[in-house]
Design a protein around this ligand. Structure first.
Ligand code: FER
Length: 170
């Protein structure tokens, strides 16, 4: 596909990327202020989320910043440099997510009250901060507001199935 240059082009894009620390993520830019995502591996591998509200800004043509706060209290800020097939992510995890990652490994939309209870019940500080580059291994436009893109839990081999075209969403 040609590289999305504008916010309008970027909306609808499905991306898979692997952080230099090995963590593999999938993110779908559902619309102007909403993402869905799946986490294949890493500290919270197995977690998946729909309809997270985000700030989305174009920094330069083909360079986009996404930032948001999660119900868990985790804060995330990502920069996508599409021509270079690289991203940079900064993730500020509350202490409790690092202590008990399994609580957040779920289809979060079914467990919002548990996330909100946990963020009050357990420690926030000191936060566990991650600052990593990643390499984009898959990029495709699936159209805006496509509920089929992130519609099932991540499984072992799923990223490969998406990259090979065995699993498609449009
Ligand atoms: C990402 C880094 C972190 C990402 C999501 C997160 C979808 C969220 C982490 C968490 O909820 O624990 O690149 O992209």
């Amino acid at each position: 596909m040609s590289i999305p240059l504008t916010v309008e082009d970027f909306i609808g894009t499905e991306l898979i990327y692997t952080y230099d620390n090995g963590w593999e993520y999938e993110l779908y830019v559902k619309n102007r202020d909403t993402i869905d995502y799946r986490i294949f591996s890493g500290m919270v591998g197995g977690r998946w989320v729909k309809d997270q509200k985000v700030f989305l800004d174009m920094l330069l043509p083909g360079v986009f910043k996404l930032s948001w706060s999660e119900p868990t209290g985790t804060d995330v800020s990502l920069c996508f440099m599409l021509a270079e097939k690289r991203t940079h992510g900064t993730i500020f995890f509350p202490k409790w997510v690092h202590d008990f990652p399994a609580i957040t490994v779920c289809y979060q939309n079914d467990y919002i009250p548990l996330m909100e209870e946990s963020r009050l019940k357990y420690d926030t500080y000191p936060k566990f901060d991650v600052s990593e580059f990643s390499t984009i291994t898959f990029m495709k436009n699936c159209g805006a507001n496509n509920e089929k893109v992130v519609a099932q839990a991540p499984y072992d081999g799923m990223a490969d199935d998406i990259r090979s075209g065995k699993l498609t969403f449009n």
